[in-house]
Design a protein around this ligand. Structure first.
Ligand code: AP5
Ligand code: ZN
Length: 228
């Protein structure tokens, strides 16, 4: 069972992924989260990826393919996994097919989160994350319980705490309007075209991701059940 969440930055991959994870009992693998962990730990890969990610570019295919290859060899991936943010280029898609074919597997479902670019800046610039768990919050659409507004009407950064652990939340260095321009450019230039690679196999389902999170999830469940 190999599932893929497909959509531009801010479309809701990280928000919806954990719900599928809980429903199907297979792990969500986010190459973005893995690369951010490498940056935090200042590994060789992290040092190479840091500047590229901050500017909103794509990290090299060899690096991300290597990361995914190692990750899917772990025991918790034995019954399947949910890919979030991978593959993002034609060579990555080909490398994935090859890795899966070696195990006699293939991509069983792709869910495309459809959303107009125009709403993504608000989503990205309002996002706060809990680094340890990857949980995503939003100042307007999914505020943490602890959030307090300052005199300027903006959230007080000290009040942005994770609901589960009360640890501080942070904003991603690439969640700026200018980096988003590059991230969207790369999405349309390199990533969106690879959806065509999966369409002939009849595994692509599209969901309207420009609606409330609970509605997006309901549509995803319907899509998974119908098998379309
Ligand atoms: P990655 O971490 O994958 O970032 P991304 O693809 O840009 O996607 P995001 O995480 O920004 O968006 P999301 O869809 O997860 O949105 P979320 O659910 O959090 O990659 C980061 C970087 O790493 C890349 O730019 C690249 O440099 C590198 N990289 C990663 N993978 C790579 C690869 N394979 N090859 C090369 N380089 C790679 O939602 C966003 C916000 O909106 C949240 O605040 C959320 O609360 C809110 N929200 C979500 N849904 C809704 C809704 N329905 N209504 C209102 N608000 C909502
Ligand atoms: Zn994400």
């Amino acid at each position: 069972n190999v599932m893929m969440l497909f959509g531009p930055p801010g479309s809701g991959k990280g928000t919806q992924g954990p719900k599928i994870e809980a429903m199907l009992g297979i792990p969500q693998l986010s190459t973005g989260d893995m690369l951010r962990a490498a940056v935090k730990n200042q590994t060789e890969i992290g040092k190479k990826a840091q500047g590229i990610m901050k500017a909103g570019g794509l990290v090299g295919d060899d690096i991300v393919v290597g990361i995914i290859k190692d990750r899917i060899a772990e025991p918790d991936c034995k019954f399947g996994f949910i890919l979030d943010g991978f593959p993002r280029t034609q060579p990555q898609a080909k490398a994935l097919d090859k890795m899966l074919a070696e195990e006699g597997a293939c991509v069983s479902k792709v869910i495309e989160l459809n959303v107009p670019d125009s709403i993504l800046e608000e989503r990205i610039c309002g996002r706060w994350i809990h680094k340890a768990s990857g949980a995503s919050y939003h100042v307007k659409y999914a505020p943490p319980k602890s959030m307090k507004l300052g005199a300027d009407g903006k959230p007080d950064p000290a009040s942005m705490l994770d609901d589960a652990t009360s640890e501080p939340l942070m904003q991603r260095p690439d969640d700026t309007a200018s980096a988003l321009v590059n991230r969207l450019k790369e999405y349309h230039r390199m990533t969106k075209p690879i959806l065509k690679h999966y369409q002939p196999h009849g595994v692509v389902g599209s969901v309207n991701a420009n609606q409330e999170m609970t509605k997006v999830w309901a549509d995803m469940q319907a899509n998974l059940k119908s098998g379309k």
